[in-house]
Design a protein around this ligand. Structure first.
Ligand SMILES: CCCCCCCCCCCCCCCCCCCCCCCCCC(=O)SCCNC(=O)CCNC(=O)[C@H](O)C(C)(C)COP(=O)(O)OP(=O)(O)OC[C@H]1O[C@@H](n2cnc3c(N)ncnc32)[C@H](O)[C@@H]1OP(=O)(O)O
Ligand SMILES: Cc1cc2nc3c(=O)[nH]c(=O)nc-3n(C[C@H](O)[C@H](O)[C@H](O)COP(=O)(O)OP(=O)(O)OC[C@H]3O[C@@H](n4cnc5c(N)ncnc54)[C@H](O)[C@@H]3O)c2cc1C
Length: 636
């Protein structure tokens, strides 16, 4: 039945003000207004249609993405959208594209690491998209180990030029998004060599393609690296391969087509390398920035999957019919609740940790500008650790949501397979999640060794302040790195626990703020308790074996969890409505707002290209001979 809200009875059960929750989720009334407006704009524009992605060939898919990007840009210019609105437009268009790397990494790298002169030259062009950039760091042979990159940038003091070269096959740049077919420029990372001496990895702005006919410039070999996981999904992106054959800078350094990002260090005209007194790690600054945005995005992907699974769980009925009455909604099964509601709670928890991390990043950026580098290690540990924690949980959570939807979750029209395929590389890109946790572990061990050192008078603050309250850490006298590699698997677990503590404590801090709206705060308290107790339940072995809790505590926590699930149950649909996702953005029949799932599934099946004819292509060649036992004589 068109127009009937099949979930209305669920919506009527809710005990809180959904509109007020929408504002909490969005972050502010203004953010809600922008998000709501732009999501409707995208949903109502057929130019942003996305329901055909899984049936397009790679070439068609890619061309369609180019069209969408151009159309999106025209919309942004025509409607004079602000940067915030444009970012929302990109979000709701919901298609990975070269523009992500241009706006998400190329521009931030120039802003964060370029000199003023470089910024003046490149940023106006980049903002108008008169040049399109990518971030070319990873190589065929090395991704995680940035210091192991092989590409070289040799300064020639005779000609005032840098010569960029890929000396080996493994030094080929491999993976950069946008590089394959679109980018005209790259920030390429290479080992700087001046006067025969090496000075570590630095970023260089390199022109790759002609601005007239898009052909690669002399000495540049460039192309796409091929199909990736899943149909559609991340294949809208042209991840690329790139080799430099002694590529020369033809202008002077300041206005060069290859320009070294000089903030961290300088090469003088006489060919001398000068390391400035800022920490070398600022070369990694763009990664810190992007990791923070990835954390902010994790809650979007998880909430989207949770919204689909929650709505469908309220629609789906199996077993339990009494006297011919309706069967039980699967959302009423405790097992379904114990799998689904912790994910709902995680979506909210990640929303708030994303907000907090944005604040932390803004704070560290301000300090860096004032030459205060003291909080950089903590910012690195937080962005790396929380990126790892939230993306792992989100990727696993999306897959769990697919299973929560039973067989129908496996259909592309559920939206979940594509969401998973697009999302799962977030566990690898911008730093493999285990490698990033090892960075957190290193930071924790360093802090612990300082606690134990009589020489250090530094008291840990911020996210590590709790360490002074942990008695056995205070007595720790170990050296930083001794035994590190041997214990790394345990240290990674410690790093996860540390990050979970941050997520829980920031959720609690959020609840200490004033939160308007009837029943909103109470709902968030329930979710916060579910998040924390679910973790305690999941890791109760660790808590028990370390004596942090007794078996009685563990049993109490479990009882409390069950009671919290019952409290969430009547509010579940309203809690996912608060995400304010349009059906276009969700891209899921199972998750559609009105819950009218079955007629839509039935209708969609008939639209599949395989159903264009009743008898399939290939019947006469392969099916008939088989049925007639003529297969041995048929020419296959
Ligand atoms: C159609 C629609 C159109 C719409 C159109 C609309 C148009 C308009 C739209 C407009 C809007 C558009 C919106 C755009 C959306 C954007 C979305 C973005 C998407 C992005 C996608 C992302 C893609 C993915 C990109 C990528 O994937 S890009 C590549 C990323 N690659 C990595 O992530 C490598 C990992 N590896 C390392 O990060 C390191 O290598 C390693 C492991 C740390 C070891 O580092 P190393 O130095 O070797 O070794 P250590 O010795 O361990 O460290 C030595 C010392 O340095 C310390 N330290 C290490 N680090 C750091 C660090 N950062 N910071 C500070 N310190 C650090 C460490 O603590 C130690 O300190 P100490 O202890 O000494 O005090
Ligand atoms: C979809 C996608 C988009 C990307 N976009 C870009 C881009 O735009 N620009 C760009 O430059 N790069 C990009 N990348 C590359 C990405 O950043 C790297 O793949 C990532 O940093 C991981 O590095 P790697 O591939 O070398 O993994 P590896 O380091 O080879 O990881 C392989 C395994 O080894 C383990 N491992 C590695 N080192 C250690 C260690 N020290 N201790 C213990 N275990 C270890 C890892 O945990 C992992 O299990 C992209 C990648 C993907 C998948």
């Amino acid at each position: 039945m068109e127009g009937v809200d099949h979930l209305a009875h669920e919506r009527n059960k809710s005990e809180f003000d959904v509109d007020a929750m929408k504002i909490v989720w969005a972050g502010s009334p203004h953010a809600f207004d922008v998000s709501d407006r732009i999501s409707k704009l995208v949903a109502s524009d057929p130019g942003f249609r996305k329901d055909n992605r899984s049936t397009l060939s790679r070439k068609e898919l890619f061309k369609n993405t180019l069209r969408k990007a151009a159309y999106a840009w025209k919309t942004i210019v025509d409607l004079r959208l602000s940067e915030e609105e444009a970012a929302k437009l990109r979000f709701y268009v919901d298609e990975p594209a070269f523009t992500d790397l241009h706006w998400g990494m190329f521009i931030p790298a120039i802003k964060g690491q370029g000199t003023e002169e470089q910024q003046q030259k490149w940023l106006p062009l980049a903002y108008k998209m008169q040049i399109i950039g990518c971030y070319a760091q990873t190589e065929l042979g090395h991704g995680s180990n940035v210091q192991g990159l092989e590409t070289t940038a040799t300064f020639d003091s005779q000609t005032d030029e840098f010569i960029i070269h890929s000396p080996t096959l493994t030094s080929s740049k491999w993976w950069p998004g946008g590089l394959g077919k679109v980018a005209t420029h790259a920030i390429a990372y290479a080992r700087l060599i001046v006067g025969g001496r090496e000075h570590g990895v630095h970023g260089f702005i390199v022109q790759l393609r002609s601005l007239e006919d898009h052909s690669p410039l002399l000495g540049i070999t460039v192309g796409d690296i091929g199909m990736k996981f899943g149909n559609g999904a991340y294949n809208t992106m042209d991840n690329g391969v790139l080799q430099f054959d002694h590529v020369l800078d033809v202008y002077s350094i300041a206005f060069a087509s290859i320009a070294v990002m000089l903030w961290v260090s300088q090469v003088t005209c006489e060919g001398k390398y000068k390391q400035s007194d800022v920490p070398r790690q600022l070369v990694y600054g763009t990664m810190v920035y992007v990791r923070q945005t990835i954390v902010a995005d994790a809650s979007c992907a998880l909430s989207r999957a949770v919204c689909i699974a929650t709505r469908y769980s309220a629609v789906r009925r199996q077993f339990g019919s009494q006297n011919g009455g309706p069967e039980t909604q699967v959302i009423d099964y405790k097992t379904q609740q114990s799998r689904l509601f912790p994910l709902l709670a995680s979506a909210y928890a990640f929303r708030f940790i994303g907000e907090w991390l944005k604040w932390l990043y803004a704070d560290v950026t301000q300090r860096l500008q004032a030459n205060d580098f003291s909080t950089l290690p903590e910012a690195h540990a937080c962005t790396a650790g929380l990126k790892s924690l939230t993306t792992t949980a989100t990727a696993d959570g999306i897959e769990e949501c697919r299973k929560l939807c039973g067989g129908h979750g496996y259909l592309c029209s559920s939206g979940l397979p594509e969401l998973f395929a697009v999302y799962v590389p977030a566990c690898t890109y911008e730093g493999d999640n285990t490698v990033l946790l090892l960075q957190v572990a290193r930071f924790l061990m360093k802090t612990v060794s300082q606690l134990g050192s009589r020489l250090s008078s530094k008291k840990p603050v911020g996210t590590i302040a709790y360490m002074t309250r942990v008695e056995h850490l205070m007595q720790c006298r170990c050296g930083v790195q001794r035994g590190f590699a041997e214990l790394s698997a345990d240290l990674v677990e410690a790093a996860v626990a540390h990050c979970q503590l941050i997520v829980v404590s920031k959720f609690i801090e959020k609840l200490q703020q004033e939160i308007p709206g009837k029943g909103v705060k109470q709902q968030l308290e329930v979710l916060c308790n579910i998040y924390a107790l679910f973790l305690l339940h999941k890791h109760q072995g660790d808590f028990l074996s370390t004596g942090c809790i007794t078996p009685k505590h563990a049993a109490l926590a479990n009882d409390e969890l069950r009671s919290l699930y019952s409290q969430v149950r009547p509010n579940a649909i309203a809690l996912v409505d608060a995400f304010n996702y349009t059906d276009h953005y969700l891209g899921s029949i199972l998750g559609c707002y009105d819950g009218n799932v079955y007629p839509k599934l039935y209708e969609a099946a008939w639209k599949d290209p395989l159903n264009e004819s009743v008898v399939p292509d290939g019947y006469h060649l392969y099916i008939r001979p088989l049925l007639k036992q003529e297969i041995r004589t048929a020419r296959l």
